[in-house]
Design a protein around this ligand. Structure first.
Ligand SMILES: Nc1nc2c(ncn2[C@@H]2O[C@H](COP(=O)(O)OP(=O)(O)OP(=O)(O)O)[C@@H](O)[C@H]2O)c(=O)[nH]1
Ligand SMILES: [K+]
Ligand SMILES: [Mg+2]
Length: 437
């Protein structure tokens, strides 16, 4: 028998209202034990909540009863809107345990919704992304996915493969009879067309995945070039220590920015130079490593200094070259063959242009690529596999082998939406949820 689970669906900590959710076959009994007779379905009803054993009154709360299957999980479920204090929440949780329920695992409500056919895996992942979304562009992408944009796309492809498989199997079964000429070729042609659509979907330069994960932008340059000053200016707060002493920054200092809807982690790093101090050496090692991982590097020079060799090594295609301190000296026309963007962290000159340029660079690397962009490596791997099986149709000599390739392609796509062989991926998918969802 399925457990009845409960969890705090609202955030932890003191708040005006805390929402506790319940789901499972024992929901009605637990509600009755705490709140008396069941309220009308889907109508908020104000009730005294009592401990079922001690009868102590724990709170006055709004109680909502959602009988299955027309609920989020598809099971009988309920919501208790409590006063949001920690002692109230703890008391009601204890009462629910006394009434036979148990605390939920992360993502367990949505997992049940999936198992009861209320949503597919991509929609469930969209809900997790929606809860995690930090920017408007992330929210839009997550909401579309939660509402089934990917389920529709991938489900449509699965339907087409199923139809091809039916034709291919008819071909095998009636091989000796008179079938329309070219049926076999027609299957291969349709499979090739589908493979091209999948390839186009895969060739989006990971924009959807990058929007979901956010971008890393690293600031690199000589000591005292003004890297930390630039980070603070872009962040709008004194996140990193600034001083006239070369070698101030040792650890990597990171801030989160929202650049035109793309979440960006901006990393300030130790100035590059031949250092003797072992702490500074480690800082410079970390600086280089962060820059190598970065989606974009801001290579910073001081306009009043000759470019140093260590930083010049980071003037290359794909980086953004900055000449800072233009209040002290004009920016050179070219550094290492690239025209630098002139800025002054001190006066703020050029910062608006830098911000605009950064937004341009980040949205070119991440963002809404299409109505239903690819958002997860899990989907990418399965689609690549499906496309590989469809390619087999061009070369597979026997109708039986072609049918087998179509079946394998179908299984690969079915794993994305959760139609086949899902046990293995469920823990990974629902483990990323918060408790209460
Ligand atoms: N005049 C002028 N001074 C600046 C500007 N930007 C930074 N500075 C000064 O340059 C010095 C070094 O600035 P930081 O931001 O600490 O430089 P950094 O590149 O982070 O230095 P390290 O962490 O030591 O590598 C400080 O005294 C800043 O006030 C600027 O645009 N104009
Ligand atoms: K400094
Ligand atoms: Mg610094």
């Amino acid at each position: 028998m399925t457990d009845t689970i409960f969890a705090l669906a609202s955030g932890a900590g003191r708040a005006a209202v805390a929402v506790l959710r319940l789901s499972g076959p024992g929901t009605a009994a637990a509600l009755a034990a705490l709140a008396g007779a069941l309220p009308a379905p889907r109508h908020a009803s104000l009730r005294r909540l009592r401990h079922p054993q001690t009868a102590e009154v724990l709170d006055r709360a709004l109680v909502l009863w959602f009988p299955g299957p027309a609920s989020y999980t598809g099971e009988d479920s309920a919501e208790l809107q409590l006063h949001g204090g920690p002692a109230v929440i703890a008391g009601v949780a204890e009462a629910l345990v006394a009434a036979g329920a148990r605390p939920a695992e992360p993502g367990e409500f949505t997992r049940r919704a999936f198992l009861n056919g209320r949503l597919d895996l991509t929609s469930a992942e969209g809900i997790a992304d929606l809860i995690a979304a930090e920017t408007a562009a992330q929210r839009r992408q997550a909401l579309r996915q939660a509402e089934g944009a990917l389920a529709t796309l991938y489900g449509g492809w699965a339907t087409r493969i199923t139809a091809l498989l039916a034709r291919q199997e008819a071909f095998i079964e009636f091989e000796d009879e008179d079938l329309p000429a070219g049926l076999d070729d027609a299957v291969a042609t349709a499979a090739a067309a589908l493979r091209a659509e999948i390839a186009a979907h895969l060739a989006d330069s990971n924009r959807g995945e990058r929007l979901r994960e956010g971008l890393l932008v690293a600031i690199l340059g000589a000591p005292n070039a003004g890297k930390s000053s630039l980070l603070n200016a872009l962040a709008g707060r004194e996140a990193a220590i600034v001083s006239a002493r070369a070698g101030t920054t040792r650890d990597v200092v990171e801030v989160r920015l929202d650049l035109a809807g793309v979440p960006v982690t901006l990393a300030d790093t130790a100035g590059l130079r031949e250092a003797a101090d072992e702490i500074e050496v480690e800082g410079i090692r970390r600086a280089r490593r962060r820059a190598e991982e970065a989606d974009l590097v801001l290579t910073v020079f001081a306009a009043d200094q000759a470019p140093d060799a260590e930083t010049l090594a980071w003037v290359k295609p794909g980086v953004l070259v900055l000449a800072n301190k233009t209040d002290l000296a004009p920016a050179p026309a070219s550094i290492g063959g690239i025209a630098p963007l002139p800025v002054s962290a001190r006066t703020g000159d050029g910062l608006a242009a830098l911000r605009a340029r950064l937004a341009e660079e980040t949205t070119a690397r991440a963002g809404l690529a299409a109505e239903a962009p690819l958002t997860r490596p899990r989907h990418r791997a399965a689609l690549t596999e499906a496309a590989g099986w469809l390619a087999e149709l061009d070369t597979a000599p026997l109708p039986e082998l072609r049918a087998e390739a179509l079946r394998a392609a179908l299984r690969a796509i079915g794993r994305i939406t959760g139609r086949v062989g899902v046990e293995a991926v469920l823990d990974a998918v629902f483990g990323e949820f918060c408790i209460g969802k």
